[in-house]
Design a binder for this molecule. Sequence first.
Ligand code: 5GP
Ligand code: ZN
Length: 110
Amino acid sequence: MSDCIFCKIIAGEIPCNKAYEDELVLAFHDINPQAPVHVLIIPKLHVQQIDGTNSILAGHCFAVAEMLAVQLELSDGFRIVTNRGTHGGQTVEHLHFHLLGGRQLELTMG
Ligand code: 5GP
Ligand code: ZN
């Protein structure tokens, strides 16, 4: 999608600090980190929501998050977050998962 910032990152038009890449997903460090480790894991396909045609991508993103958590030494734990829509606080409408860790995260759900 031409006006999507994450598609531009995937296309290499906007630089990123890459943490992992394979044929399905790209993971990179968030530009405005909310924790010592804050990585975004995004499908390379411009997906806006998970449905029956793309749910395999979501599962793969979680597997990549688990792998990165080991790589980034989050042995004390981590959080995986997806924001959806206005109430969810979503700002980029390209499906993505936040991997947060490296400190004690607040024990709140919102
Ligand atoms: P959302 O609020 O949609 O769940 O998350 C979007 C995330 O993308 C935010 O945490 C924001 O800091 C991050 N972000 C937005 N633009 C860029 C960018 O150009 N580069 C990187 N690395 N992160 C970005
Ligand atoms: Zn996109």
